[in-house]
Ligand binder design. Structure first.
Ligand SMILES: Cc1cc2nc3c(=O)[nH]c(=O)nc-3n(C[C@H](O)[C@H](O)[C@H](O)COP(=O)(O)OP(=O)(O)OC[C@H]3O[C@@H](n4cnc5c(N)ncnc54)[C@H](O)[C@@H]3O)c2cc1C
Length: 413
């Protein structure tokens, strides 16, 4: 009889895990209160980048220096709901401790190892499924107001170089040759080639989910309220139903810390909230995705729409979406494309699962056997979802992952 797995949370990490476990001969049940590919998931609304070059952690020395001013500036991409600050502190303090150059130098190699083959990982998980048609290939360009804005960030340049990442520089003239619609604010760019992005993150996750179901996965729509580790681990759903399996996999993104807490093993994953504005039927679109540095947002050409996504807001899991981040993103779009028009736009808010050191939580916690954690992908959670799914499958089989997982211990804080 095949071994069984209960996967709690069916975003990109959960559906990727389901596919790899099914390919490995497991019986799989996915549990989630929302349908995979729907707007309640963070995986629905991201910028779609398979970000094989994004190895810089969220906590950096320069970010922490600027943050106190940024939270008072409505035009900055950092937002804090002050009433939430006391509850944020247990996460914020270790986050600040990680914002040193020394810690960055320790964290970057781990992030690099997680992302360097992200395109191949996505191509492998989606191969032969309807999801693969949602992967696009091209360049990825970062836009700067001035060349010095790029050159002054010497630490990022040096760290990337260590891992063989050297972008091509683009002058304003070269940027305009590629995209005549670009606004005058951007006079310099850097470009990585051989880059992949999703033309619809929602359809991609939905297609992976449908594939998993065709391969035998069962979907149980419901909210898990408690996890019980042990020889035969189980989950309790809202309403009281209990499900058990040989392994429980916790892939509930930003909600995972709360669920781990039901085992007495709360982990420090925070909801780093982000926003997007999707603009449908635009009069033109971007030729490739842009990282817009003065707004810290990404503008991505998608399937029938242009999406601008970014912002880091700390307000907890459940606070309603705010208006100011949307206005900030709309202003950024106006700077990138002053002449853009579109039929309609839709705003959205989602919750990035972010640990204080920007590294994910992967593996079991001592004293809570057979519950495997896999979350905490922060700004690169879409990028690393398929790799985490492979690691979980190896861990469930007690096969060596071939990677030192000690940096990813879920209870390291
Ligand atoms: C604006 C924005 C832009 C981004 N851009 C990028 C990008 O370009 N590239 C990139 O790599 N990453 C990006 N990210 C980050 C990325 O989207 C996330 O890190 C990733 O989607 C997290 O995936 P996940 O599967 O861990 O979580 P989710 O997609 O959030 O899935 C978690 C699932 O758990 C379910 N769940 C919650 N509670 C329970 C419960 N009690 N019981 C059962 N299930 C439960 C939820 O309903 C949800 O479906 C971006 C994020 C944002 C917000």
């Amino acid at each position: 009889m095949a071994r069984s797995a209960l996967i709690v949370g069916a975003g990109i990490t959960g559906v990727s895990t389901a596919i790899w476990m099914l390919r490995d001969g497991w019986r799989v049940t996915l549990v989630d209160p929302v349908e995979p590919g729907s707007s309640g998931q963070t995986s629905f609304g991201n910028a779609g980048l398979i970000a094989r070059t994004s190895m810089i952690p969220v906590a950096t020395p320069s970010m922490v220096l600027k943050a106190p001013l940024m939270v008072f500036d409505p035009h900055s991409p950092l937002f804090l709901r002050w009433s939430y600050l006391p509850r944020l502190l247990p996460w914020l303090l270790p986050f600040m401790r990680n914002a040193t150059e020394a810690r960055m130098r320790e964290v970057v190699p781990h992030l690099s190892m997680l992302i360097f083959d992200a395109s191949e990982q996505h191509l492998a998980v989606s191969q032969g499924t309807a999801a693969e048609k949602h992967i696009a290939k091209g360049d990825y360009i970062t836009l700067y107001n001035r060349q010095s804005d790029y050159e002054d960030d010497t630490l990022t340049i040096e760290l990337r170089r260590q891992f063989g990442l050297e972008p091509v520089s683009l002058t304003r003239k070269e940027l305009l040759e590629r995209d005549p619609n670009l606004g005058p604010s951007y006079t310099f760019g850097t470009m990585f080639s051989d880059f992949h992005w999703l033309t619809s993150p929602a359809k991609y996750v939905a297609a992976l989910f449908e594939h998993a179901c065709c391969e035998g996965a069962v979907f149980k729509q419901g909210s898990v309220v408690a996890l019980a580790p042990g020889e035969t681990p189980s989950v309790t759903l809202q309403g009281g139903e209990t499900l058990s399996a040989d392994k429980v996999v916790l892939t509930a993104g930003a909600w995972s810390g709360k669920l781990a807490g039901t085992m007495g093993k709360a982990t420090k994953v925070e909801a780093e909230r982000g926003y997007h504005v999707s603009m449908y039927a635009p009069n033109f679109t971007a030729p490739v995705p842009y990282m817009v540095t003065d707004a810290k947002c990404v503008v991505t050409p998608m399937d029938g729409f242009l999406r601008a996504a970014g912002v880091a807001e700390f307000a907890g899991l459940d606070a309603p979406a705010a208006k100011a981040p949307i206005r900030m993103i709309e202003a950024a779009v106006k700077r990138v494309y002053p002449n853009l028009t579109f039929e309609r736009s839709e705003p959205w808010m989602g919750r990035r699962p972010t640990m204080p050191d920007s590294l994910p939580a992967v593996g079991e916690i001592d004293g809570a056997p057979n519950v495997i954690h896999a979350y905490g992908g922060q700004h690169v959670g879409l990028t690393i979802g398929p790799k985490l799914g492979r690691w979980v499958t190896d861990l469930a089989n007690r096969r060596p992952v071939n990677v030192d997982l000690s940096a990813f211990k879920p209870d390291r804080f």
